[in-house]
Design a protein around this ligand. Structure first.
Ligand code: UDP
Ligand code: MG
Length: 314
């Protein structure tokens, strides 16, 4: 973009890649068919997330063959979201497209993404159509996860959401300035605002290799999504504590009634019951209060921008 004679807009493509040796070249070829090199200046940024196979060598040899191929190589596996973040951080394009390395995100959709961007959308996200190709387990767990996450966070992340999207430079700059460690980009996008539109696509089968998202990684990802956007689980302790405190107060009155009025309790029952109920529920209530403060600290420590300016004329 900087020292070019013409004023073509630049498009960056960011690809997090972890052990994808069999996909890199195929993806590159498919990308080449779907990127208009005459109309736009193109850069393709592969982010090697600490692969242990030939992925990085594949990328290096592509970079030798083609000037538009660039790469970042991590010192170890930091995970998909970090790889994506790094790619966005180092990108230069006026628009940045992110997609998976395994060709599950069809590059054929790219011209449509760009078209929506050219007509004024700052975020063009994609919605995966559910097909038989997605396993029942994956569909079911994904649905459950997004239901819970949306409930807890108050966001509206669609179930077919994946990290296949186009972002305008303005949006990329905002994300670049976010320093929170638990960055859950998928949740961040709807939080940001901006003009956006979604496009549907048919997911394809992974061209080569197996999914890099093991059940463990998926579970951690889900926990990260929930805990980085919501302190509602902490509120729950407060509500629960308050509720149980109320119930035990009633029961304490009953125990006192049995002791003083009915006079038929076993010795020790009343004092025992009262101390257990009172201390137990007070404990839970105070734990909730503590949680409220920790929640505040959690939100503060993210240092998210308090507002995002889309345009200005000062
Ligand atoms: N990926 C990554 N680091 C990881 C796991 C995955 O960079 O630790 C990349 C992977 O190479 C792929 C994308 O993230 O380009 C999505 O991963 P995958 O296709 O395995 O996930 P799935 O499609 O099964 O959800
Ligand atoms: Mg995949």
């Amino acid at each position: 973009m900087k020292n070019q004679k013409n004023t073509r807009k630049q498009i960056s493509v960011v690809i997090p890649s972890f052990n994808e040796e069999g996909n890199i070249r195929k993806l590159f070829n498919r990308l080449m068919l779907n990127l208009d090199k005459n109309k736009y200046s193109i850069e393709i940024i592969f982010v090697d997330d600490g692969s242990t196979d030939e992925t990085l060598n594949q990328i290096r040899s592509l970079a030798k063959e083609s000037k538009i191929v660039k790469y970042l190589a991590f010192s170890k596996n930091f995970g998909h979201q970090k790889a994506l973040k790094a790619g966005l951080d180092f990108s230069n394009g006026d628009a940045v497209i992110s997609l998976d390395a395994d060709l599950q995100h069809p590059p054929e959709l790219i011209p449509a993404l760009i078209k929506e961007w050219e007509s004024g959308n700052e975020i063009v996200y994609t919605i995966r159509r559910n097909t038989e190709k997605t396993s029942f387990f994956k569909k079911f767990t994904a649905q459950l996860f997004y239901k819970i996450l949306n409930k807890l966070s108050g966001l509206n992340i669609s179930q077919g959401a994946a990290d296949f999207r186009l972002l305008d430079r303005k949006v990329v700059n905002v994300i670049r300035d976010m320093q929170e460690d638990n960055l859950f980009i998928r949740g961040m996008i709807p939080w940001l605002g901006f003009n956006k539109v979604g496009l549907e696509y048919e997911p394809e089968e992974r061209v080569w290799g197996t999914s890099k998202y093991t059940f463990k990684k998926m579970f951690l990802f889900a926990m990260q999504g929930i805990t980085s956007f919501s302190v509602k689980p902490l509120h729950l302790t407060t509500y629960l504590g308050g509720f149980i405190f109320l119930l035990s107060s009633i029961y304490i009155f009953y125990a006192l009634f049995v002791y003083f009025v009915q006079n038929k309790s076993i010795p020790g029952w009343t004092s025992m019951l009262i101390s257990v109920l009172f201390l137990g529920s007070l404990n839970l209530l105070m734990l909730g209060v503590l949680g409220e403060y920790i929640g505040k600290i959690m939100i503060e420590s993210k240092r998210r921008p308090q507002y995002i300016i889309k345009d200005k004329n000062l």
